[in-house]
Design a protein around this ligand. Structure first.
Ligand code: ATP
Ligand code: MG
Length: 137
């Protein structure tokens, strides 16, 4: 059962894009296995993005992710990790193709609306980080 961790970031929640984003994953045909709204603590944001902790933008990234509630999702299906990345589009929204979530709905890399796990292993790691066993169906 392949699963990926997808998260609407605070800007996406604040702009009212949650429904649009969930719809795109539902219409694609993936199964929603977990869903919650959550104010992310600093420690969790740091752990989630620990691979990036040496990057110059890391402090700003942690501030961004903790700046308001996020919507956390676990999506399931064959090939869901790579497919979610395609639906989401490139990290920099100005390079993201039209038709992708970032390509259609964002302009700034520091406000790029959504997260998606970049590998099957990271999908498992991140779902374990953000969800308790009892929150997944
Ligand atoms: P995410 O992990 O959030 O799905 P990604 O996998 O496309 O995004 P990463 O390289 O993992 O990209 O970067 C994580 C996040 O850090 C980006 O989504 C973006 O919000 C932020 N980020 C990446 N590069 C920059 C940058 N040069 N300046 C500011 N923020 C950045
Ligand atoms: Mg990433």
């Amino acid at each position: 059962r392949e699963q990926t961790y997808v998260m609407v970031k605070p800007d996406g929640v604040q702009r009212g894009l949650v429904g649009e984003i969930i719809s795109r994953f539902e219409r694609k045909g993936f199964r929603l296995a977990g869903l919650k709204m959550f104010q992310c603590p600093k420690d969790l944001a740091k752990k989630h993005y620990e691979e990036l902790q040496e990057k110059p933008f890391f402090p700003k990234l942690v501030k961004y992710i903790t700046s308001g509630p996020v919507v956390c999702m676990a999506w399931e299906g064959p090939g869901v990790v790579a497919s979610a990345r395609k639906l989401i589009g490139s990290t920099n929204p100005l390079q993201a193709e039209p038709g992708t979530i970032r390509g259609d709905l964002a302009v700034a890399v520091g406000r790029n609306v959504i997260h998606g796990s970049d590998s099957v292993a990271n999908g498992e790691r991140e779902i374990g980080l953000w969800f308790g066993e009892a929150e997944l169906c």
